[in-house]
Design a protein around this ligand. Structure first.
Ligand code: MTE
Length: 320
C-alpha cells in the first residue's frame, strides 16, 4: 500500500485494496521476500487494477482536530456494514454489498451558482484545498442510532472561500451522483434521486461543517460515500450527503430529499434535538452501535457550544 503525506497524494496513486490484499496473500504463499518488487508489479498488472473496487488510499501526516470527541470510536467493521445509502438499497447491509464496483474514477465536483469563481474540481484538486485533518465526530441518525467515526477531510469553509460567494448566496445546495445503471437498487428505494441536501450559508461556514474524503486513515469506502461527502455532526445523519458531484450557492432555500419524501417528518434544519420527536422515533434517547443500553441524546448532538448561536431566536419546534 502506498503511504504518502496527505499533501502529496493524487488519486492516480491509489492502489486498489483487493489488489494489495491479493498481492499480500500471494507473496506470503510464495515466501520469497526478495522477489517483492518485481512480483508485486507483475501481480498488479495481472490483476488488471481498476480504480473502482474499494480503492483505498492510506493517508498519513493527518492533523489531529481540536473538534474531535474523546469518546470511543466505533469499529471500521461497524461503520462500513451498517449504512444508509439508498442508491445501493434500503437495508443497512445493502451498501456494503452493492457499492463494491461503484466507479469513482475521474470524479469531478462542480461548484457553481452565485460565486465569483465557479470551479470544476477533480479529487486531486480537492485534496489540495486545505491540509487534511482527522476529526472524530459523533454521528447521530434520525433512526436513533449513533456512531463515533474518525473522518478525514477539512472544514467546508475552505472550499467556500475558494469560490468566493457573491452577496446573493444565502444557501448551499448539494447533489449526489446518480446513475441507475450503477445503482439499480435505487429504483426500489422509494425516494427520488439524485439525492439532494442543503444548508444555510452560515451553517455551511461553521468550522464544524466538514468536507470528508476518508475515514480510519484511508480514503472513503464506497458504501460510506466515496470519494467525497459532507459530515455535519450536529444534524441528523441524512443531512450528511454522500458521493457529492454538485455544490451550488444560491439565494433560495434548496429542496432536500427527505423533506420532499415526507415533509411532516423531516425538515430543512434537522438539528439533533432530544425535545422534538419524529412521529416514528422519539429522539430523546439513542443506541450507540455495539452497545446494549441506550443513552440520552444531547442537544445539537453535543455540539451546542459551537452551533447554538446559529439558531438564536428561532423556534426549533417549528424549524425542525
Ligand atoms: N447520501 C446519499 N447520496 N444517499 C443516501 O441514501 N443517506 C443519508 C446520508 N447520506 C444517504 C446519504 C442517511 S439517511 C444517513 S443516516 C447517512 O448518510 C448515513 O451515513 P453512514 O452510512 O456513513 O453512517
Amino acid at each position: 500500500m502506498l503511504i504518502r503525506k496527505a499533501t502529496d497524494l493524487t488519486y492516480a496513486d491509489v492502489t486498489p485494496k483487493p489488489v494489495y490484499l491479493n498481492r499480500r496473500k500471494f507473496l506470503q504463499a510464495m515466501s520469497i521476500a526478495s522477489a517483492t518488487a518485481v512480483l508485486s508489479r507483475r501481480l498488479y498488472e495481472f490483476a488488471a487494477p481498476s480504480q473502482t473496487a474499494l480503492a483505498a488510499t492510506k493517508f498519513s501526516g493527518l492533523i489531529k482536530s481540536p473538534f474531535s470527541t474523546t469518546e470511543k470510536e466505533n469499529s471500521f467493521e461497524n461503520v462500513t456494514h451498517y449504512n444508509n445509502f439508498y442508491e445501493f438499497g434500503t437495508d443497512k447491509s445493502d451498501p456494503a454489498k452493492n457499492a463494491q464496483n461503484f466507479n469513482i474514477s475521474n470524479w469531478v465536483v462542480s461548484v457553481e451558482g452565485d460565486v465569483a469563481k465557479p470551479r470544476k474540481l477533480s479529487m486531486d484538486e480537492i485534496l489540495k484545498i486545505a491540509p487534511l485533518e482527522e476529526r472524530i465526530y459523533r454521528h447521530r441518525c434520525v433512526e436513533a442510532w449513533s456512531i463515533v467515526v474518525p473522518w478525514i477531510g477539512f472544514s467546508f469553509s475552505n472550499l467556500v472561500k475558494l469560490v468566493e460567494p457573491t452577496p446573493k448566496a444565502q444557501f448551499v445546495a448539494f447533489q449526489s451522483y446518480y446513475d441507475p445503471r450503477q445503482m439499480p437498487q435505487g429504483r426500489w428505494a422509494g425516494i427520488a434521486f439524485p439525492y439532494v441536501e442543503g444548508l444555510r450559508l452560515d451553517e455551511a461556514m461553521s468550522p464544524l461543517t466538514f468536507l470528508c474524503v476518508g475515514m480510519y486513515e484511508e480514503s472513503l469506502p464506497n458504501q460510506d460515500g466515496a470519494p467525497v461527502r459532507m459530515v455535519i455532526p450536529w444534524k441528523y445523519g441524512f443531512k450528511s450527503i454522500k458521493s457529492l458531484v454538485k455544490i451550488k450557492f444560491q439565494s433560495k432555500m434548496p429542496p432536500t430529499t427527505w423533506n420532499i419524501a415526507n415533509p411532516q417528518e423531516y425538515g430543512f434544519y434537522s438539528n439533533v434535538n432530544p425535545n422534538v420527536p419524529n412521529p416514528r422515533y422519539s429522539q430523546a434517547r439513542e443506541r450507540r452501535l455495539g452497545e446494549f443500553f441506550m443513552r440520552n441524546t444531547l442537544m445539537f448532538n453535543g455540539y451546542g457550544d459551537q452551533v447554538a448561536s446559529l439558531y438564536n431566536g428561532m423556534d426549533l419546534k417549528k424549524y425542525y
